[in-house]
Design a protein around this ligand. Sequence first.
Ligand code: C2E
Ligand code: MG
Ligand code: MG
Length: 561
Amino acid sequence: MDSNKYLSSLEYFLNKMQSSDDTFTAEVQDAIKDLCEILRIGAVKTMFQSNHYGPHVDPSTIYYFYKHELFSEENSIEFRYATLTDNTAVYVIFPLKGQSEWTEEEKHRIKSICDMLFIFNGRTRMIELSRRLAFYDPEFKVYNLKFFHRFLASLIKDGSIYEYYTLNFNLKQLNMINSRIGRNNCTKVMIRYIELINSKLTEKEALCRLGGDNFAAVIKAEHFPDISELLLGTTVDTSDICEESVRMSASAGLYKISEQPRTALTSGEIMDRTHIAMQKAKLSAKAQIVEFDQELFEMQKRASAINSAFDDALAKEEFLVVYQPKVSLMNYTISGAEALCRWIHDNQVVSPGLFIPILEQSNDICKLDFYMLRKVCSDLRRWIDNDIPPVRISVNLSRMHLKNPMLVSQICSIVDEFSIPHDLIELELTETINPVEFKELQKAINGLRKNGFATSVDDFGTGYSSLNLIKEIPWNVLKLDKSLLPACGSENVWQDRILFKYIVAMAKEMGLECVAEGVETMEQLQLLSENNCEMAQGFFFDKPMNVKDFEDKLRDRVYTI
Ligand code: C2E
Ligand code: MG
Ligand code: MG
């Protein structure tokens, strides 16, 4: 045996092993070939044997580093190593057919090669394991955000990103599924749903868990129909998990990179845009998958400007209360008013339609509602102290408050701070269809009623208008949305009139006061009187007005029509 040739081949082999992440690459195989020829080796086979289940060999681990067509099954030598996972790694070295027996020196060298293979194999497994730990979500067995960014970056680098769509999705109705089948089962069903989506992806696509029930995917444009079908809703096979069948679906943001102009994009920008679309989808009652577009981008910019200005604006008291009277149709006097918010920002009045939906995406809306309640209480205190006879004032409460278990006691403490009789305060909340929220709403309204506050269902008729909502929750007032008022010129005016008549009759029979919102015309007013709707709020009487004008109204309470 030529020692020099052996040493240079060994060096070459070690170099290739060292520069490779994996022991099984073509380069390594090529490098081992020279060594095998020098040492008259016919084949090098490796496999892992389980120590737990006796001499069981996992067939997936059988691998030939080198295999000459003339290798002999006889006179092979075997080296065994204990692995860190308590298994045994076995290396079997077969001679070439018809060769004379290996010398002791050759055997020694062959063993050294096996030692090295074992060490490098171990290194490969460690690299794989550390990748798994760094880039995988162990619970859902999909990639994590870190990997996702890397994957996107690699697609950007090789220019193939323009063949892709990205998705950011959030699983829907998990609260409801949790309460139906329990948390553990719900997690199992989520994992199965994600597995189903993941199984549709190819190696050139990726799905990752961002955390909780938020996921992101980068998929080839042509695969979108398959994936969207699952996102829109599919029944997951739960036969081995629970008795109920479970339908899973998601709200998703979609960014069609393949349809964008080819400008430079970073993975962060792609993720942000997809996320913006997902937030829109989550809030949307209609679209379950929302596509990112420029308009959405501008909206998001405005939203982030509002969010960042909010705390400062609250501290500077830039928010004003305006009051819109509610008029009793028995005697045309003020019988209450709604407190509505206006933001005076940079010398301009910002209407609530522009900032309330944005503040509702975080807890900021709760801060604003409490601020409004405090301002209303302070106004009521002043009226009482100055002998201006007060009326009941209603304050809007966002549904975001329902998550707050201290809601009722916090409202009590604000109102009591100003020593305002509780029956002068009414709290307006909108409807919900979510059963968990329904329970929370029921609890909040019960608590408010017990403490002597009045409560009203706001905008009844715009949402789900569920009869359960008014049957099972002890409201005082039903506020009929302006869309329920029959508009003159409408094609279905007589059907609208019937609907209006029976909703009012039903509400009254259930002991609720009825307030019609958005009353603008004499004709509408007559309709309210005909149907015994006792109160009206709308531009026909007054637009929302500043506190000074409202105080004048409180002094001179009667409207002449
Ligand atoms: P809302 O609680 O249903 O308030 C009634 C809205 O209808 C007010 O709009 C009012 O100006 C408008 N309106 C009253 N009469 C008429 C009418 O005859 N015709 C028409 N076309 N509109 C009329 P505004 O003040 O712009 O408030 C919009 C919404 O913003 C409110 O609807 C409420 O949901 C929300 N909002 C306002 N202030 C607050 C607040 O302090 N907290 C919370 N959480 N939401 C608020
Ligand atoms: Mg309201
Ligand atoms: Mg309303």
